[in-house]
Design a binder for this molecule. Structure first.
Ligand code: ZN
Length: 219
């Protein structure tokens, strides 16, 4: 398949109809692909023993983009997304989110996942708004930071695909890849420090259920 072709929106009169149609059209695109080699995995996802082939294919999301933004969010997920996005205002992630929302390409949010990850053949950000991460030091990171983390991966992919391919396949100690080290040290950790949350010095951690998308409090 063609990976992420440049997509021109069809001209239609209703902005809402146009965006919904584009999102839905693109959601079916790529469902039948063999994703294995193309998936950008977070090791935390692999630790969960997830079948990445299965969860990519089995969750058709009724994606919908009423504001004309380029991150398609299901109506069911809108509140959680908005809450997390608002929480990240003034952090290193704010610009990343704004840039991805202004992309010429569509990206999709899928919240039906037990491990957050960005999957690039389908431009899908998998983010569970109820899962925080506990670092190896026993410190907690709230779900909004994990959303920012995945969006930052997607944004590099969107803006400079060859750089993304390179950083996500270059291995480095502790962080697994250069891309993980980039996102964790330059974006995630400064945000976590600002919120007085857990700082990571490697790419490990374990998920736990929180009371909200912006809280570290255990449910
Ligand atoms: Zn990552």
């Amino acid at each position: 398949m063609t990976i992420n072709p440049g997509y021109e929106r069809p001209a239609r009169t209703s902005r809402m109809t146009r965006d919904a149609a584009v999102c839905l059209g693109r959601m079916t695109f790529g469902y039948d692909t063999a994703l294995g080699a193309r998936i950008s995995r977070d090791p935390i996802a692999e630790a969960g023993g997830l079948n990445l082939y299965g969860y990519v294919g089995n969750n058709p999301v009724n994606a919908f983009d009423p504001l004309g933004l380029k991150i398609c969010v299901s109506p069911d997920d809108q509140d959680a997304y908005d809450e997390a996005k608002k929480h990240l205002e003034g952090t290193a992630f704010e610009k990343q989110i704004q840039e991805l929302e202004q992309s010429q390409n569509l990206y999709y949010l899928n919240t039906t996942t037990s491990a957050d990850t960005f999957v690039y053949p389908t431009n899908t950000i998998y983010w569970n708004p109820n899962l925080g991460l506990t670092t190896p030091d026993g410190l907690n990171i709230d779900p909004s930071i994990l959303l920012g983390h995945e969006i930052t991966h997607a944004n590099l992919y969107d803006q400079n695909r060859s750089a993304y391919m390179k950083t996500s396949t270059t291995e480095v100690p502790q962080y697994q890849t250069l891309e993980e080290r980039r996102v964790i040290t330059l974006f995630e950790n400064p945000t976590a420090a600002k919120f007085n949350e857990g700082i990571r010095t490697d790419h490990s951690g374990s998920y736990y259920e929180t009371i909200s998308p912006t809280s570290t409090k255990r449910k």
